[in-house]
Design a protein around this ligand. Sequence first.
Ligand SMILES: [Zn+2]
Length: 78
Amino acid sequence: MIIAVPEQRVGEFHPLNGKPYRETVTWYRYRCTVCQHSPAHALASTAPGALEQGAYHAEQAQCHAEGQLTLFPDLAAA
Ligand SMILES: [Zn+2]
């Protein structure tokens, strides 16, 4: 299962007319509850965006029910 975890980071902004300023920005990072994969570089600006990246991971890494069974071939064959 893929979940979106909010993560706050301070970003520095440089407006064209004005002083640079810092502001806390919330990003979303996906976490795969099957393999605990949650790459630090995979930050999305919205929760659905993070879930979309996570869904891609789950597909590539086979992180779903059938994928788990292949980790335990003895159980799957029983
Ligand atoms: Zn995974």
